[in-house]
Design a protein around this ligand. Structure first.
Ligand code: UDP
Length: 351
C-alpha cells in the first residue's frame, strides 16, 4: 500500500471511520484528512504525521468540504445514522443526514472528478429471498411505506443508483461497499448505549454487565452474518488502494458468510463469554433472557430482516480478500476492550 495518495474521510469518528483512520495511519503511507463533529474515537490518531483533523458539521461546513475534495484523490463520505431504532423513531433526521448531506458530497466528487468510495449497506437487500445476497443479481426487497424501517435502505439504494448513473454517464470513478454487521471494539458505547438505539451487540453487552435483561426481539430468531472490523478494514484498504483499477466501477459486499448466527445464539455466546471476565461472572450468571415482540421493542414501523448472508465471491475474485476472524474471537477481542481495559488499537499496532 505504498503508492502515495490523499484520502478524505467524512464521518471519521464513527465505528468504520475511526477504525479506518487507524488502519490507514498504521498500514499505509497515505495522507489522511478527516472530518467529524466529535473526536472521541480517534484520539490515537490526533497529532500523528500525515493526519489532519477538522471538527465540524457536515451540513454547514460545505465550503471547507469542497476545498478538501478538490485536494484529495479519493473521498469516503461515511456520515450517516445507521441504527434501525432511529429509522423508526426519527426517519426525517435519517433522511436529512443520510440523503441530503451525502448527495451534495457526491455532486462535488462529480464536479471535481474525484474518486468516491461510498458506503452502501447490506440493508439494501432488505428481505431478499436469495440464500446469499449477490451484488449483481439479487433483488432488493423492501416492505410497505408505513414500515418506516426501510427509509435507510431506500435512501442508500437511491444513492447507489445515482452514483452508478454518474459512473455510467459522466465518468465518475466510484466503488460501492456494503458492510454486513461489522462488529468490534469501537461499535457503539457500551456504557451509554441509548437503550433501544444501539446495534445488538452493544446493547447485549451493556445489559449483561448492568444487570438488565437481554431482550430477544421476536425470540431472537433473526440471523445476521457478523464481520470483524479488522477483516473489514483489510478489504477497505484494498479497495482504496485500487490496484490496476480493480475496484473502480464495482460493488462489493464486505461480510463474513461463515459467521451466520441467530440473535439468540449471539446472546447465549455472549453470556458464556462475559462470565469468564473477572468481576463479571455474577452478572452473567444472573442475566435473564426475555422475549419481546418487535412491535413492543421498536414500534409499528419496524420490520425485521430474517437473515442476511453475503456472497463474497466478487471480493474474493477481484480483490483477493477473504475474512479470517471467527465469532468467538471477534467477541473476545471486543470484550477485552470493554471489560478488561485492553486498548485494542495500541495492542494490535504493537503486535
Ligand atoms: N435485536 C434484539 N434485541 C436488541 C436489539 C436488537 O433482539 O436489544 C435484534 C433486532 O431485532 C435484529 C438484530 O437484533 O433482528 C440485529 O439488530 P441491529 O440493531 O444490530 O441491526 P440490523 O442488523 O437489523 O441492521
Amino acid at each position: 500500500m505504498n503508492t502515495s495518495k490523499n484520502v478524505l474521510i467524512l464521518g471519521a469518528n464513527g465505528f468504520i471511520g475511526s477504525s479506518l483512520c487507524w488502519a490507514i495511519l498504521n498500514r499505509t503511507n497515505w495522507n489522511l484528512t478527516a472530518f467529524d463533529m466529535a473526536d472521541g474515537k480517534i484520539q490515537h490518531c490526533l497529532g500523528r504525521d500525515r493526519f489532519v483533523f477538522k471538527k465540524g458539521d457536515v451540513t454547514k461546513d460545505t465550503d471547507w468540504i469542497e476545498a478538501q475534495i478538490e485536494k484529495s484523490d479519493v473521498v469516503l463520505p461515511l456520515v450517516a445514522i445507521a441504527t434501525p431504532a432511529l429509522y423508526v423513531k426519527d426517519p426525517i433526521r435519517v433522511y436529512n443526514l443520510d440523503y441530503e448531506s451525502n448527495v451534495s458530497v457526491i455532486k462535488m466528487c462529480v464536479k471535481h472528478k474525484k474518486r468516491i468510495i461510498f458506503p452502501s449497506t447490506s440493508e439494501v437487500y432488505g428481505m431478499c429471498q436469495d440464500s446469499s445476497f449477490d451484488e449483481y443479481s439479487s433483488n432488493l426487497t423492501l416492505g410497505p411505506i408505513p414500515k418506516e424501517r426501510w427509509i435507510y435502505s431506500c435512501i442508500k439504494q437511491l444513492l447507489d443508483r445515482l452514483i452508478w448513473a454518474y459512473g455510467a454517464h459522466e465518468g465518475l470513478d466510484f466503488t460501492l461497499v456494503r458492510p454486513f454487521n461489522f462488529i468490534g471494539p469501537k461499535l457503539d458505547d457500551v456504557k451509554n448505549p441509548k437503550e433501544g438505539s444501539s446495534r445488538v451487540l452493544t446493547q447485549f453487552i451493556h445489559n449483561i454487565i448492568n444487570g438488565k435483561s437481554i431482550k430477544l426481539v421476536d425470540g431472537g430468531k433473526a440471523r445476521r452474518s457478523f464481520t470483524f472490523i479488522d477483516d473489514a478494514m483489510d478489504c477497505l484498504l484494498k479497495i482504496i488502494e485500487n490496484k490496476n483499477g480493480c475496484a473502480s466501477g464495482q460493488i462489493f459486499n464486505i461480510g463474513n458468510p461463515y459467521m451466520d448466527f441467530s440473535i439468540k445464539q449471539l446472546a447465549e455466546m455472549l453470556v458464556e463469554l462475559v462470565a469468564t471476565y473477572p468481576g463479571y461472572a455474577e452478572a452473567a450468571k444472573n442475566v435473564k433472557i426475555e422475549d419481546v415482540s418487535s412491535k413492543d421493542y421498536y414500534g409499528e414501523g419496524y420490520q425485521d430482516v430474517a437473515y442476511r448472508i453475503p456472497s463474497i465471491k466478487h471480493a474474493e475474485e477481484l480483490l483477493g480478500w477473504k475474512p479470517k476472524t471467527d465469532l468467538k474471537t471477534a467477541l473476545k477481542l471486543t470484550l477485552d476492550y470493554h471489560l478488561a481495559g485492553k486498548d485494542y488499537e495500541l495492542e494490535s499496532a504493537r503486535a
